[in-house]
Ligand binder design. Structure first.
Ligand SMILES: *Cc1c(COP(=O)(O)O)cnc(C)c1O
Length: 390
């Protein structure tokens, strides 16, 4: 199979070969990477819930009661009372009529989009949307149109010129995963109402983190009730694993029947469900509000230090703080040098981001020590100056 070797060689030549760093222990502010303790600055465990005692305890208790595996897909025998409880809790949390679980965000987007639109329909997708949205769109066979990032006027023109006869679906990340900026949800909601389209928001990075109650970008933007399909994940801010869609009872019933990644896959296991339930309780409690406040303060400190040093952070307003570097080799060298200095951040390259916009994707956590974040920002600046980036 010479093509495999050729393809791997080509990736290496172009600086696009991917390998994995080995992390030992839980996703804390400091972790052991390749045998050395370093600052963890690239985890999506934003609130530090992944090893919170209450989540761990809930998971352990669930294993003792329910065992480890769920045994089957939901529609066969794998529908436990924990699944129903978590769906009811998610609907309450998001303020919608109903919710449905998916096994992860990637398969949720495949299932949702391919169930809602098909041949003869049109999908309008922000150019920077997550890969799983793109893959869901391709799977659906609907016409797939991408609009310039966050350009609502551009989207309006695209809808006017392409006005098809089928269903129209506008889909956007709530928080853009590699840029850390937010979608213009109010304007998108206005436009979807004008143009009689459906609006779907993927809030993988807003859930638990944004809004007064941690309900995400939809809450922060003041548009609850105006977004038809609210998708989010349980594995990032909520510290567990899995994904959900919150919406009308009709939508949820439809997805239960038509979303193939829901129908044809073994359901989430008990430990994960119980941990997710505990996570939502925590996020909705005063402790959750305090964690969000700490995250916001850490983010402000870290972002300000980087922009003050002259870095381009691509307009990020959230805990995802990109540091624009440029080339693939350059970003990997930057990441390597930072790790040597005790700071673990991954370089992000194509196809995850456009060619020439390789970046360090720094993610801040509520559990980071502010002094350590300031120190990391200073180290990033020193290397950036040395490499001629700032
Ligand atoms: C991480 C992510 C997903 C995928 O979610 P998983 O649960 O990790 O599969 C989907 N959409 C966005 C925007 C993401 O960042």
């Amino acid at each position: 199979m010479t093509f495999i070797q050729q393809e791997l060689d080509s990736l290496r030549h172009r600086g696009l070969y991917r390998s994995m760093r080995l992390v030992e222990g839980a996703q804390k502010g400091r972790v052991v990477v390749d045998g050395r303790e370093v600052l963890l600055l690239c985890s999506n465990n934003y609130l530090g819930l992944a090893d919170h005692p209450r989540l761990k305890e809930a998971a352990i208790r669930a294993v003792e009661t329910w065992g480890v595996g769920s045994g089957a897909a939901r529609l066969v025998s794998g529908n436990m009372s924990l699944h129903r409880q978590l769906e009811e809790r998610l609907a309450e949390f998001k303020g919608t009529e109903a919710a449905i679980l998916f096994n992860n965000g990637y398969s949720a987007n495949l299932g949702i989009i391919s169930a809602l639109v098909g041949r003869g329909d049109t999908i309008y997708s922000d150019r920077l949307n997550h890969a799983s949205i793109v893959d869901g769109a391709l799977l659906s066979r609907a016409k797939f149109l991408r609009y310039p990032h966050n350009d609502v006027d551009g989207l309006r023109r695209l809808i006017e010129t392409n006005r098809g006869s089928g269903r129209q679906l506008i889909v956007t990340d709530g928080v853009f995963s590699m840029d850390g900026d937010m979608a213009r949800l109010r304007e998108l909601a206005d436009l979807k109402e004008e143009s009689d389209a459906l609006l779907m928001v993927d809030d993988a990075h807003g859930t638990a983190v944004l809004g007064e109650h941690g309900r995400g970008s939809v809450e922060l933007s003041g548009v609850p009730g105006r977004v038809d399909i609210q998708m989010g994940t349980l594995g990032k801010g909520l510290g567990s694993f899995g994904a959900y869609v919150a919406g009308s009872l009709e939508l949820i019933e439809y997805l239960r029947n038509r979303a193939r990644s829901f129908v044809f896959s073994t359901s989430l296991p008990p430990a994960v469900l119980a941990a997710s339930l505990a996570a939502i309780e925590l996020v909705s409690s005063p402790e959750g509000a305090e964690l969000r406040q700490r995250l916001a303060a850490n983010t402000a400190l870290f972002s300000r230090a980087l922009t003050g040093s002259g870095f381009d952070t691509l307009g990020s307003t959230t805990q995802i703080v990109p540091v624009l570097v440029g080339g693939a080799e350059q970003v990997m060298e930057f990441s390597r040098r930072l790790l040597e200095e005790g700071v673990f951040v991954q370089g992000i390259r194509p196809p995850t981001v456009p060619v020439g916009s390789c970046r360090l994707r720094c993610t801040v956590m509520a559990t980071h020590d502010p002094d350590e974040l300031a120190d990391a920002a200073a180290r990033i600046a020193a290397i950036g100056r040395d490499m001629g980036i700032i």
